[in-house]
Ligand binder design. Structure first.
Ligand code: 5RP
Length: 292
């Protein structure tokens, strides 16, 4: 084990140098993956833009019924034409999502904590790989708690899911959790995203922070950025624009879409930023024009 006092602070991120092992595939770090995995990754990351708009509505797995998601059966089908990937639990998928759609599926496969617990960092793998195959999942989402009490068990969960995913050709999405006591600095996100990527996941989900371009540069797989708590639409579009400009491969937004006064128009505006090169200002104008 390296002596941590003697470690040098990483600083040479070469943020203007493109990823060197891209090959001819649109997704970072995926050049050496098998065909099935690449095909699933192409369901997630548009082959033309290399990016994704994920719609997260898995909040119920630890928050129960959430404002804006009271009726998954109504809300989700309305939004499906405007997003690339549905991030959800198997319960929501089977009961409320019609199977005749073209969206990718990011299946939440861990559970175990809820808003009633003080410490959310203890989870188990709740969905096995055969179930992910049956549901035709395009990736499996695992919550990881770096620096929290549950770090070891969450990394054990992550590694077991990555191993199963490698056997069956299903990518794993490692979600970097930020608990109430965890810092949201670039130092934390550089540490956590890199640990999760080195465990072998094919996609990392994390949060925006200062020097986000360095977080992206140091992570050898695509980073999808979480929306987080509801912001005014203009600010949420600025968040999307900032992270895409700094190299994110997409966004995974929940509350900033389903709690918007105009969820469909908001999803469309986010798409404009992610896939069509709109600035935040242009996307917000599009949003305003669409709702007025
Ligand atoms: C929890 C998650 C959830 O999918 C995410 O929190 C939902 O999205 P949003 O924060 O944008 O409402 O990854 O860690």
């Amino acid at each position: 084990m390296a002596d941590k006092d003697g470690l040098k602070v990483a600083k040479d991120y070469q943020v203007n140098e493109p990823f060197a092992n891209q090959g001819n595939f649109q997704v970072k770090g995926a050049a050496a993956l098998d065909w099935g995995m690449k095909h699933r990754m192409s369901k997630i990351f548009n082959p033309r833009t290399g990016k994704t708009v994920m719609f997260a509505f898995d909040h119920g797995y630890f928050m129960g019924s959430t404002a804006g998601l009271e009726r998954l059966d109504i809300t989700v089908p309305n939004l499906m034409p405007y997003v690339d990937v549905l991030m959800c639990t198997r319960g929501a998928l089977r009961t409320c999502v019609p199977a005749n759609n073209n969206c990718g599926v990011a299946l939440r496969v861990t559970s175990g904590s809820s808003m009633l617990n003080d410490d959310l960092s203890h989870e188990v793998v709740a969905v096995d790989i055969e179930e992910a195959v049956r549901l035709n999942a395009d990736c499996m989402a695992v919550q990881t708690f770096i620096g929290a009490d549950g770090q070891l068990s969450s990394l054990d969960n992550l590694n077991r899911v990555v191993n199963a995913g490698m056997r069956y050709g299903i990518p794993t999405l490692g979600v970097v959790a930020v608990g109430k006591d965890m810092e949201r600095t670039d130092r934390f996100f550089k540490l956590a995203t890199r640990i999760v990527a080195e465990m072998g996941v094919q996609i990392v989900k994390t949060y925006n922070c200062e020097h986000f371009d360095e977080v992206v540069a140091a992570c050898p797989v695509p980073i999808v950025v979480a929306g987080g708590k509801k912001l005014p639409e203009k600010e949420a579009l600025t968040l999307a624009y900032d992270v895409i400009r700094q190299g994110a491969a997409g966004v995974d937004m929940g509350r900033n879409i389903f709690q918007s006064q105009h969820p469909i128009e908001m999803a469309q505006a986010v798409r404009k930023v992610v896939h069509e090169g709109f600035t935040d200002k242009e996307a917000y104008e599009f949003y305003l024009d669409s709702v007025n």
